[in-house]
Design a protein around this ligand. Structure first.
Ligand SMILES: [Zn+2]
Length: 293
């Protein structure tokens, strides 16, 4: 049974009562009319337990892959490190949900002091090089001092948690004034999501553990309300593969070119499927408890 509209939850970003949007076989999805945050509601589902079980399986399976760095990944991380270089002051970077610490390894090669947190790493022992520290805990249990980091990065984290305000407050506790938060998460207002509807792979809550969806609007709302001054958003990517999976003989290349073309336009209009959010903490930090809502 999926939820009925009268069970409408309060938005985890802005506390507004959400509106029923659609349901699939597992969940009712509710949208916030104020900030555009989208969330599935499943009775009796604990987001943390669900993701623990998903990641215990995924991590065994990905164990061998965990420490590997391809040239492509290395170039991607190096490009990211160039982009964040202007924020370098304390010389410390944190990666939330770091896994085996691939980004951290490249950061250490660029002379950063690199730290990662990831509770899933309790199940893994991975050797880390000098200047890389991986703590197998949630951020709020990791014991970092205030204002410790110049940059906090989180890839594929925000869609797995049901209280993003708490997470951003935990980040603010360790990010220095003027520091940078970068998070990457699927864009539910992307053309891909709109075009493929319920087939969007990110909606499969019990399989993928995604319990909260942002658009550029909700991401901005979250960070602006919690004391970030400058928020910039970049999106890219378009595909209809979730709707029509598998290979289409003969027109595969044409499709790819088509997707790429649409993806370029989507990027320009903030409608790309993959979203990166950059938020710089104000130098005069607001008190988060008074800016909620
Ligand atoms: Zn909201």
């Amino acid at each position: 049974m999926t939820d009925q509209p009268q069970d409408a939850p309060a938005c985890a970003v802005c506390s507004t009562t959400m509106t029923f949007s659609f349901s699939d076989s597992e969940a009712g999805y509710y949208l916030c009319g104020n900030c555009d945050y989208l969330t599935p509601v499943v009775h009796g589902l604990d987001a943390r337990e669900l993701n623990d079980s998903i990641y215990s399986e995924a991590f065994d399976h990905r164990l061998e892959e965990a420490g590997k760095l391809t040239d492509r990944k290395r170039r991607k991380y190096a490009h990211f490190l160039t982009r964040i270089a202007p924020y370098r002051q304390n010389n410390r970077i944190l990666d939330i949900g770091c896994g085996a610490g691939r980004l951290l390894r490249v950061a250490a090669e660029h002379d950063w002091e690199a730290f990662g947190v990831d509770p899933a790493m309790q199940k893994l022992s991975v050797e880390t090089p000098d200047h890389v520290t991986v703590i197998p805990e949630l951020l709020n249990k990791a014991g970092f001092e205030p204002d410790f980091f110049d940059v906090v990065h989180a890839n594929e984290v925000f869609e797995h948690i049901d209280n993003p305000v708490d997470l951003v407050e935990d980040i603010l506790a360790v990010l220095r004034p003027g520091g940078l938060l970068v998070f990457r998460t699927p864009n539910h207002s992307s053309w891909t999501a709109k075009a493929v509807g319920q087939s969007w792979r990110h909606f499969n809550v019990r399989k993928v553990g995604h319990v909260g969806f942002f658009s550029p609007k909700s991401a901005r709302h979250l960070l602006n309300n919690l004391g970030f001054d400058k928020v910039t958003i970049a999106t890219h990517h378009f595909s209809l593969r979730d709707r029509w999976p598998g290979k289409t003989p003969g027109i595969g290349l044409l499709l790819r070119l088509g997707y790429r073309g649409v993806g370029q336009v989507a990027r320009f209009l903030d409608r790309g499927e993959r979203m990166t959010v950059y938020g710089q903490v104000g130098r005069q930090r607001a008190d988060a408890s008074t800016t909620r809502g």
